[in-house]
Design a protein around this ligand. Sequence first.
Ligand code: ASP
Length: 358
Amino acid sequence: MPFDFLAWKNFLHSNMRRLLLIYTGGTIGMITNAETGALESFDFAHLYAHIPELKRFELDIQVKSFSKPMDSSEMSPIHWQQLATWISDAYEEFDGFVILHGTDTMAYTASALSFMLQGLRKPIVFTGSQLPIGIIRTDGKENLITALEIAAASDAQGAPILQEVAVYFEYALFRANRSAKVSAHQFEAFASPNYPLLAKAGVQIEWYKERLYRTHLPSLQPKLLLANEVLIWRLFPGMPISLYASALHFPDVKILILETFGAGNAFSTVAFQQLIQEFIKAGGLVLNITQCQSGAVRQGAYQTSTFFEQIGVISGADLTAEAALTKCMFALANIETSAQAHFLKSAIVGELTGAVNQ
Ligand code: ASP
């Protein structure tokens, strides 16, 4: 029988991994307009024309874009809901998802999705770039190409290697809800100081399999609601407490996140302590996270944090600010009031260390 090339091609195609690439905006999607010289967003529907290297991948890549590409500073929970909806609607159809996103608020969106899409058994990889994709020295091409490769990676049984939300940037793969943007100008723009890399891209992609998150839920359980009655206060020496006090009223504010000093410490001025105590008495929750880039809150380790322990402030352990905020927004909309404090201190999707898994 002669070799049936068409049938072979169709067979290859049907076995190709299918990825959904979602373009939201940000620097990565910019190219220079040849006439005006200005940077503008390129049309990802013409992805292969702009990045012909992608044709060499044996991947079936479908593209979906926000109708108007956005600077990520304009992102809000409405856009997180949009992304979570697109992914949950297309979940069965695709093997993995890559989201192109501006770097500025990528860690917020990626953290939010990790809470909204629990039970995930497929990869969601966020990436972006520091230089536009249409510029010769761009970091965008490598970030995009490797993010696709990561989202397509499977084990010998065909199961995705990555089964969580992650951020890929400059050869490093981070757990999304552990990551933060740490540089406005270096190519190494992201870090996850409290959790080691999930993978490193060199000549090959080196996976650190024992660090990968695996869900215990039976299936994807999308929860799209979020509530934003949250304040974040970054403490500083000389903080004018009376100014801040005017904003802190339960139930308009339901959770106050305190970014405290070092291992969870704060000044012990009476006005500050009374304010926090009254907010908790009225029904508010207070979550204590550290302003340090790495390490964790240990309430009670110093005299300057024992007060927090006594009045029921919740220790946020080693949560990033981005994960703390999105976890609070998720908790307010999806967890019964009486269970919210327990939820905040538990590890839900690998976002904190040193707490019991829920
Ligand atoms: N301002 C841009 C954004 O976050 C920066 C970037 O994409 O890196 O959308």
